[in-house]
Design a protein around this ligand. Structure first.
Ligand code: GLV
Length: 310
């Protein structure tokens, strides 16, 4: 079988990917998709958003590699081949970037940097206090395989950091709350970080009822998907002071429209869906290892469970 990988992710830095595959995985014939070309014999595909007609044209596709960690858009496509393994992107640079983002934003909210900015804005030397990290409770909603890493870096004694998970048994060694313990988890959480996959169960989870269960003035950080958040509920919770501050990396509509009220909401910080970005070099290496595993008859890693949705 030829080792051709179709790159079906227009607008996603095709030159960097071509260069990365040439350097790291030269055994793979990396082929950016040209409209109209015959792709019926190509066995592997790396895709972000599938163009209409892609899957019916890829008649012999054997593995579909998602370019990102989230695969909800691919799964929502009814033409996605049902019996072909869909592999989520898990690669060290993407993970490192997410760990860095969660730590950065957790510290930003922990220190309430906006209070310093406000004082500086009026040239005022104002005492600024904050709790020790071990007296701050961060709750991570969702259990990415790496979710314990910000916790470890936060502080060796930040034992109050929890995680909400659907499958608690997989996570020994950290303070973990199962789905049925969500109220207890939220009641303790001063900085809530959402890293959930977007599924029918998690859509709209960041809503008025959830915000009401957080301690008053809590912070909310969403680096999952825009669909997790009910935007109007966040606006209302911030207006009432129930949510004190927020950072959002992901939005229902991206790019965030120019006239969106979030742009001018006080203490709401926006990053443009770049909490972390897949690195072509480490991703190329991971994909080449996965193809080698497949060709050797071994089990693929990080295959999406279609029923679960991630
Ligand atoms: C980015 O949003 C990703 O899914 O990796």
């Amino acid at each position: 079988m030829t080792r051709t990988l179709l790159f079906a992710a227009a607008g996603e830095r095709a030159e960097s990917w071509t260069k990365a595959f040439a350097e790291v995985a030269p055994e793979i014939d990396f082929r950016p998709h040209q409209p109209g070309e015959d792709v019926s014999d190509i066995p592997y595909c790396l895709v972000w958003r599938a163009a209409p007609g892609l899957w019916s044209a890829m008649k012999n596709v054997k593995i579909i590699f998602g370019l990102g960690a989230g695969v909800e858009r691919l799964l929502a496509d009814p033409s996605l081949p049902r019996d072909v393994p869909l592999v989520r992107m898990v690669e060290p640079a993407l993970t490192r970037g997410m760990v860095e983002y969660v730590l950065w934003q957790s510290l930003f909210h922990h220190r309430k940097v906006w209070e310093l900015e406000a004082a500086q804005g009026c040239a005022t030397w104002r005492p600024h206090t904050y709790p020790a990290p071990w007296d701050r409770t961060i709750g991570i909603l969702g259990l990415a395989s790496w979710a314990s890493r910000p916790r470890k870096s936060w502080s060796s004694s930040a034992s109050r950091c929890g995680a909400g998970a659907a499958r608690p048994s997989r996570c020994e060694g950290r303070k973990l709350f199962g789905q049925d313990q969500l109220p207890a988890f939220l009641a303790k959480t001063e900085i809530l970080v959402c890293l959930l996959p977007l599924t029918s169960e998690t859509r709209g989870i960041l809503n008025a009822s959830l915000f009401a269960q957080l301690p008053r003035g809590a912070s909310v950080i969403n680096a999952g998907r825009g669909g997790h958040l009910v935007e109007a509920d966040l606006t209302a919770a911030m207006a009432s002071g129930q949510v004190g501050a927020a950072t959002l990396d992901v939005f229902e509509t991206e790019p965030l429209p120019d006239d969106h009220p979030f742009w001018s909401t006080e203490r709401l910080y926006i990053t443009p869906h770049n909490a972390s970005v897949t690195d072509p070099r480490s991703a190329a290496w991971r994909i080449s290892r996965q193809i080698a595993r497949y060709e050797a008859g071994e089990k693929l890693e990080n295959v999406v469970d279609r029923a679960r949705g991630y």
